[in-house]
Write a protein that binds this ligand. Structure first.
Ligand SMILES: NC(=O)c1ccc[n+]([C@@H]2O[C@H](COP(=O)([O-])OP(=O)(O)OC[C@H]3O[C@@H](n4cnc5c(N)ncnc54)[C@H](OP(=O)(O)O)[C@@H]3O)[C@@H](O)[C@H]2O)c1
Length: 252
């Protein structure tokens, strides 16, 4: 069984390890034995545990799951040339990872919040010879998409990385709208959840424009509601949201 070495024992490391534990041996490198033991308990299978200080990454397949601000610090205490580093660090360039950690290969990955329920939309880019392995490893927490440049992964961060927050705003606002018209809060929330659940399935196979046309009859209720969204510039605001998030990603 191949070993995957996690550096960092936080939420993202645990989500990915949950997806990989059946098919891989898990090794976790952290700052405290206590946290490594808690990680092992949460994972529910036995793992190799190691402390970060003086850890040697030589020829390891590493899943880097610390915070973006920790790269310089950990590169001073880790040694050895990893075979490949799969990094989940937001806004941290392949170049920065290469310069600091000096691995033989790097793949940058961008999971999203749904990793915790195994439904992440994860984008990937980096050394192309590791594309297949990256898709397999990150496929353990949901869907993957390989992109051909870091510019594209920064744009995709503004779509799938930040997307849960955009959709949460829509979800809350629509439920609030129903409450404003007199629906009980519990009912409004249950209906909103059902709406998003069903929509999540439909959008896999049907183009959004066709979904909209399918529900909008001439002069009907949807046309009236949809008109209010157009008046509120929702479409332009969504386009602008991705633009602003992308700009921010390039500034980090
Ligand atoms: N959560 C998400 O939805 C999401 C989505 C996309 C990308 N990411 C990326 O995933 C990465 C990890 O996020 P997370 O949610 O797993 O965070 P987390 O739960 O806070 O875990 C952070 C990890 O970094 C370690 N760490 C913190 N400071 C350190 C230092 N100075 N030296 C060495 N290790 C240090 C922590 O160690 P201790 O346990 O010892 O403190 C912990 O293992 C981030 O880079 C983030 O950009 C997260």
């Amino acid at each position: 069984m191949k070993t995957i070495t996690f550096i960092g024992n936080g939420n993202m490391a645990l989500s990915i390890a949950q997806g990989l534990k059946k098919n891989y041996k898990i090794e976790v490198v952290g700052r405290s034995l206590d946290k490594l033991n808690k990680f092992e308990n949460a994972l529910g299978v036995s793992i190799e545990k190691a402390l970060m200080k003086d850890y040697n990454m030589e020829d390891k397949t590493v899943m880097l799951c610390v915070k973006p601000a920790n790269v310089e610090e950990i590169s001073k205490i880790l040694s050895g040339k990893a075979k490949v580093i799969y990094s989940v660090l937001a806004g941290t360039s392949v170049e920065k990872l290469r310069q600091n950690l000096k691995p033989a290969a790097v793949v940058r990955t961008m999971p999203n919040l749904a990793a915790s329920v195994n439904r992440s939309m994860t984008t990937l880019t980096g050394d192309i010879e590791f594309q297949k392995e990256a898709e397999e490893l990150l496929g353990a927490i949901g869907t993957t998409r390989w992109l051909s440049s870091e510019k594209e992964i920064d744009i995709a961060t503004g779509l799938a990385g930040s997307g849960p927050a955009y959709l949460a705003l829509m979800a809350e606002a629509l439920a609030d709208g129903a409450v404003k018209q007199g629906l009980k809060r519990d009912d409004a929330m249950a209906i909103m959840r059902g709406l998003f659940g069903g929509f999540g399935e439909l959008i896999q196979d049907i183009h959004p424009a066709l979904l909209k046309d399918g529900v909008m009859s001439p002069g009907g209720t949807t046309a009236a509601g949809y008109g209010a969204l157009e008046d509120g510039n929702v479409r332009a605001s969504c386009i602008d949201a991705v633009a602003k998030a992308y700009k921010k990603a390039t500034e980090l």
